[in-house]
Design a protein around this ligand. Sequence first.
Ligand SMILES: [Zn+2]
Ligand SMILES: [Zn+2]
Length: 122
Amino acid sequence: MREESKMYTCDMCGKPTPNYREYSPALAAIVGVQGRSWCDECRRELRIVHEWENEQEADERMICPYCEGEISDSWEYEEGESEIVCPSCDRTFEAEISSVRTYRTRRRIEDMPDGWDGGELL
Ligand SMILES: [Zn+2]
Ligand SMILES: [Zn+2]
């Protein structure tokens, strides 16, 4: 039997809505709530905003969300949030710039045992 009368409150605008999406227990533990209710109107607005933002995947290249061209001087921008003007289409967009850390490690040469022949690792 379907529960048709059950109403929830939209998390976004506070209007009553029958929409409810229960999170998986793992997700609920992370976000601290059991689920969310978004009315149709708010869902539609969020979808439109999301479509508009045209967010680009985190990438080593900076891609303009308008013309999808690569920003060639992306290395000149500082770490953090920035507004960037695309050199190809002249439109302004937001970018989150993170510096990716890599680690290269090696043993110290002075710790190499005398007479080691490059065989079996010690
Ligand atoms: Zn709403
Ligand atoms: Zn562009």
